[in-house]
Design a protein around this ligand. Structure first.
Ligand code: HPA
Length: 247
């Protein structure tokens, strides 16, 4: 049985997938403009993947400027039906200690002014997608099983609060997000997940907690802290994903 190609959207700290054996690159064209970078096809261990760095090849596109519609459209265009959206996030709940990996299962969306739907032009009728469960449960469960196979701990429950960025949040904003039920906070989870649902892709989140959210750690959030935790968590995250080849 051949294994399906898995789409990986790389977040901060993953502009290049060093472990990827690249077979080819494709600059996919879309009706929504340019993707963040050419799509790279290759293998992560035994897993065939299509990799796209969300912030561009040189990590130059800020979260609110990412062309989420083009990126998601491109996966559909090349026939990749399962996509893992990786994301560096801040930890809000006590269990989201920096270094933790989490496959979120819910979203609260605080973003604004982003092109967030494919359903706005040339409609014969208004379309409302169901988004009760925002992530593809089948892929989430596969990811959790793969992580277990690889001996990597991943928390399988968590609400991702998507903020606009590029600035980090205030302490009061994080207190509000905690009251809203958010466990982690990032800037790119939306509209990516909703666009994937609109195109009926099977999309799951894979978050790397890289700092305590604003006001919860000691002092201000520093890039040094973020980079240290990113470096630590990325290897584990990628072994978990590569183990999808065994599930
Ligand atoms: N807030 C928002 N996005 C983030 C954070 C954070 O604390 N850390 C990494 N991405």
């Amino acid at each position: 049985m051949s294994i399906d190609v898995i789409g990986i959207i790389g977040g901060s700290g993953l502009a290049r997938l060093e472990a990827l054996d690249i077979e080819r690159r494709e600059l996919v064209s879309t009706p929504y403009g340019s993707l963040s970078a050419p799509m790279q096809f290759g293998r992560l261990g035994d897993l065939p993947v299509a990799f796209l760095p969300r912030h561009g090849s040189n990590h130059q596109i800020p979260p609110h400027m990412v062309n989420y519609r083009a990126n998601i459209w491109a996966f559909k265009e090349v026939g990749v039906e399962q996509v893992v959206g990786m994301a560096a996030v801040g930890g809000i709940s006590d269990n989201m200690v920096p270094g933790t990996l989490c496959a979120a299962d819910q979203i609260v969306d605080y973003t604004y002014d982003r092109k967030h739907t494919f359903y706005e032009q040339d409609l014969t009728t208004v379309i409302h997608i169901d988004f009760t469960e925002p992530y593809c449960e089948a892929l989430r469960q596969r990811l959790l099983a793969a992580a277990a196979t690889a001996g990597v701990e991943v928390i399988g429950q968590g609400t991702y609060g998507a903020t606009q960025g590029p600035r980090l949040e205030t302490a009061a904003e994080i207190r509000r997000m905690a009251r809203d039920g958010c466990d982690i906070v990032g800037m790119t989870g939306m509209p990516e997940a909703a666009l994937a649902r609109e195109l009926e892709l099977c999309y799951a989140n894979f978050s790397l907690v890289v700092n305590w959210a604003a006001g919860l750690g000691e002092g201000p959030i520093t890039m040094k802290e973020i980079e240290r935790h990113l470096g630590d968590a990325m290897g584990r995250a990628l072994s978990a994903i590569a183990a999808l080849a065994k599930t």
